[in-house]
Design a protein around this ligand. Structure first.
Ligand SMILES: Cc1cc2nc3c(=O)[nH]c(=O)nc-3n(C[C@H](O)[C@H](O)[C@H](O)COP(=O)(O)OP(=O)(O)OC[C@H]3O[C@@H](n4cnc5c(N)ncnc54)[C@H](O)[C@@H]3O)c2cc1C
Length: 587
């Protein structure tokens, strides 16, 4: 097998991967970096981000406010040292993005504009109209092109991490165009492979978000942390799951039920006015809004549609000028995919799986317990999001921790030599290749689309907005069954050129591992916190569960779960209050 050598291999060229690559190049031009992505970088999911990135910039805001919103929003499951570092760094990162060319939207005065966002009790979300991720990713990509030390493998799929003597030594990649596999020897690997929303049937996530990097690290012995916390975004378009950004509500859009009533006021999120309603109603956090929809549905107050029940998002009062200026993409998407023009009509929306709070366990340096392996962005759990991420914290997270993981990886490679057991690593890579080849020979009876559909269905049944012991148990059993049946999967396409059947088979293997950690961690957490709501354990239980769940891989059995203490520095757990009675922060 051909061998490529680099110092740092980065798996994923989305926001986190590109930011990490740039940081390596800036930190030391002698350190070689190889950026590997299964899609062309600009097709990474970061491109789809709409609403914005939060960072303190205005005089009425403070780092402490951002810290408090994030820690409380995460239901105190965040690591507070990481949150503190994050809120301190993000304004610098967003300013750096400006210098690299990111076209942030402006106030009339020329200063950077900010918009309100859910759970942020003060306006601090920077945005570039409603195409923030698109502009951020372009900015990062064009900046990365300046550095000769950044090399890329576009449209290469990483199948495995190479691990020997308790250290990582590189990855095996498959060129998607030809099916050819190559060993990439590296002293350090940074996984920036994004989330895993595709384990659910109805999601805002792009088709590539199949949890590959999470599964890779997990199989290599690194625990996956807090996987039971899956975020539903309250406003996805029915049928497609396409997101209508929280910016719609940030700009003043309201949510109503079938009677045209702003029902959120019945769920501790009122009172309805005055504007700007930063602490309340439509700008409550995502977990609370999605849960309120569920209750309305049970009460028969949602609106039936061919794609399940919906509520209405009303933006008509914002007027055409504001909608065109601040939410042009939202207007386009609503017209195209829901046949509703927000300037004149109500837009049907419903909660949709959006984001994984959990991921590869790292410390505040982005380092995993496996020497030489780092992770950043949505695939990682560092953890600043706790039990519920606040909208607009994720784009910031990938900058801040992408850069930090990279700096630490540079320090690591400078003090490390390649392991000279080339033969052992080659043998590992050949094993990985044999496993892929075996798929071509399989005479099994299971189909990839069939298994994926069953996996999606059971995840929604047992690990949805509200969960019960019996339902989660049924999902755990079903995923165990699917995992066993996956061994009998058969390829329909046995060619080597652009074999998407093969890719989807490999991705499904990753999705199953990730789904199992979600279900088993959810089963074990017998409390309700943030996005993990159990009807049989309705209260938060800080005595027993103010802890991170850690899922450990077992090749033959279910994941083993143990727990890790949460880092609490200055904010003691308290009740999460939005609406009336919420902490008084000046607007
Ligand atoms: C529709 C939508 C809107 C959003 N809006 C916002 C917002 O307004 N504000 C906010 O803060 N957050 C938002 N988010 C969340 C945020 O955009 C994501 O969490 C973030 O962009 C993830 O970035 P990332 O770099 O970690 O991963 P991604 O951008 O998903 O990139 C992952 C990379 O990994 C590569 N990869 C994966 N597996 C492999 C493999 N096996 N081999 C090789 N390469 C691989 C992919 O090719 C890709 O390059 C939104 C998310 C969605 C889905």
């Amino acid at each position: 097998m051909e061998i490529i050598e680099t110092d740092i291999a980065i798996v994923g060229a989305g926001g986190a991967g590109l930011r990490a690559a740039i940081e390596v190049a800036e930190a030391d031009p002698n350190v070689k970096v190889l950026l590997i992505s299964k899609v062309y970088p600009m097709r990474s999911h970061t491109c789809a981000a709409e609403g914005g990135a939060a960072g303190v910039v205005k005089d009425n805001d403070t780092l402490e406010y951002h810290f408090n919103d994030t820690v409380g929003g995460g239901d105190w499951l965040t690591d507070q040292d990481a949150v503190e570092y994050f809120v301190n760094e993000i304004p610098k990162e967003l300013t750096r993005m400006e210098h690299w060319g990111c076209p942030w939207s402006r106030e009339d005065s020329g200063k950077v504009a900010v918009r309100p966002f859910g759970g942020m009790k003060i306006m601090r979300t920077w945005f570039a109209a409603d195409k923030t991720g698109f502009h951020m990713l372009h900015t990062l990509f064009q900046t990365s092109l300046k550095y000769p030390t950044i090399e890329r493998l576009d449209e290469y799929y990483v199948t495995d991490l190479m691990v020997e003597d308790g250290r990582v030594h590189g990855v095996v990649v498959m060129e998607i165009r030809t099916g050819k596999m190559t060993l990439v020897r590296a002293k350090a690997v940074i996984i920036c492979s994004g989330g895993a929303g595709k384990i659910f049937p109805f999601t805002t996530n792009g088709a590539i978000k199949t949890g590959d990097g999470m599964a890779m690290a997990y199989r290599a012995g690194v625990p996956l942390k807090d996987m039971e916390f899956v975020q539903y975004h309250p406003t996805g378009l029915p049928a497609t799951g396409i997101l209508l950004t929280e910016g719609c509500r940030g700009e003043g859009g309201i949510l109503v039920n079938k009677d045209g009533y702003r029902f959120l006021q019945d769920y501790g999120l009122g009172p309805p006015d005055p504007w700007p309603r930063l602490k309340a109603m439509e700008l409550g956090p995502r977990d609370r809004l999605s849960q309120a929809f569920w209750h309305e549905q049970k009460k028969g107050r949602t609106i039936p549609s061919p794609w399940g029940d919906v509520m209405h998002l009303d933006m008509r009062h914002l007027g055409e000028k504001k909608i065109n200026e601040r939410l042009p993409l939202i207007r386009e998407l609503s017209r195209l995919y829901a046949g509703a023009d927000p300037v004149h009509e109500l837009v049907p929306v419903r909660p949709v799986v959006h984001y994984m709070m959990g991921g590869i366990h790292t410390n505040i340096d982005g380092a995993t317990p496996l020497a030489g392996l780092y992770a950043a962005g949505e695939c990682a759990c560092v953890s600043i999001n706790g039990a519920n991420r606040l909208g607009s914290n994720s784009l910031g997270e990938l900058l801040v921790f992408g850069a930090r993981a990279a700096r630490n990886a540079v320090d690591y490679v400078k003090s490390t030599e390649y392991l000279n057991k080339v033969k052992t690593i080659q043998a590992q890579a050949e094993d990985a290749q044999s496993r892929v080849k075996a798929l071509f020979q399989s005479q099994g009876t299971e189909s990839v689309p069939g298994l994926r559909k069953e996996l999606n269905a059971t995840m929604e049944e047992g690990c949805g907005i509200y969960r019960t012991e019996a339902e989660i148990k049924a999902t755990c059993d079903k995923v165990t069954e699917i995992r066993a049946r996956y061994k009998d999967v058969k390829l329909e396409d046995t060619s080597t050129v652009f074999n998407t059947d093969l890719l989807q088979t490999l991705e499904l293997g990753c999705m199953i591992e990730v789904a199992q950690t979600v279900a088993v961690s959810a089963f074990e957490r017998k409390e309700s916190r943030g996005a993990h709501q159990r009807l049989d354990y309705e209260k938060r239980d800080d005595v027993n569960y103010l802890k991170h769940s850690m899922a450990h891989f077992d090749p033959d059995g279910d994941p083993r779960i143990d727990y890790l203490d949460v880092v609490i520095t200055k904010s003691q757990p308290a009740e999460r209050i939005y609406g009336a009675g919420a902490e008084g922060q000046v607007v």
